[in-house]
Design a protein around this ligand. Structure first.
Ligand code: B4P
Length: 195
């Protein structure tokens, strides 16, 4: 199975690249950001609980996102592989993901980390704020999200680096160029699996 984590700060292009990768490699896309926004849109109690955290640029609790991932994995266990987008965002989430994968007799093969400078991140997210009106895409919240990323999420890269699973990719350039850089890594894993 081709199970991978797509990693990077807010605005690095995780969502954009995930969409392209799932089609090419027939993977199941699991985005905790999308799951949480769907909860908010549904008006559920959980959605009401997480909305103010997201609007403040804070991370939602590990318990909530791990439970969301567990439920989605249960529903789609027949896949060729999973792409985890925006998850794990803490070391506790990374450890939980390892256990969940282990329960299915599989594991994460790599983390692809999109490297983008802060100026470019802010520019992209402000542009999306204008176009799509996402409530957390304003300058104050973007800065808080980047701070949360540096404080709580960056250690996740170390977690995968220590397992020799971290692959850093330059996330600046056209969407197609970046997709090509990611595809080179994934194709080499596929070639290894087929050998
Ligand atoms: P997410 O939905 O994951 O939001 P994000 O990190 O801001 O990244 P996003 O996927 O939206 O942006 P992308 O990089 O694709 O999370 C939202 C919130 O939910 C979090 O702040 C947190 O509160 C909560 N949450 C989610 N998961 C959680 C977890 N595991 N634990 C706790 N809390 C969690 O790209 C953004 C923009 O860049 C797009 O508009 C795109 O068009 C543009 N772009 C992409 N590639 C480009 C390129 N090459 N050039 C120019 N623009 C590009």
């Amino acid at each position: 199975m081709l199970n991978l984590v797509l990693f990077g700060p807010p605005g690095a292009g995780k969502g954009t690249q995930s969409e392209l990768i799932v089609h090419k490699y027939q993977l199941v896309h699991l985005s905790t950001g999308n799951m949480l926004r769907a909860e908010i849109a549904s008006g559920s109690e959980l959605g009401q609980q997480v909305k103010s955290l997201i609007d403040q640029g804070k991370l939602v609790s590990d318990e909530i996102v791990i439970e969301l991932i567990r439920n989605h994995l249960r529903e789609s266990h027949q896949a060729y592989g999973f792409i985890f987008d925006g998850f794990p965002r803490t070391v506790a989430q990374a450890q939980a993901l390892d256990s969940l994968m282990g329960e299915q007799g599989t594991s994460i093969i790599c983390m692809i980390s999109l490297v983008v400078n802060e100026e470019e991140l802010i520019k992209r997210l402000l542009e999306r704020g204008k176009q799509k009106g996402r409530s957390d895409d304003n300058v104050e919240t973007i800065k808080l999200r980047i701070q949360e990323y540096e404080d709580k999420t960056l250690p996740v890269a170390t977690y995968y680096r220590e397992q020799n699973k971290l692959y850093e990719v330059n996330g600046v350039g056209s969407v197609e160029e970046i997709n090509q850089r990611i595809a080179e890594i994934l194709d080499s894993f596929l070639a290894e699996q087929e050998a």
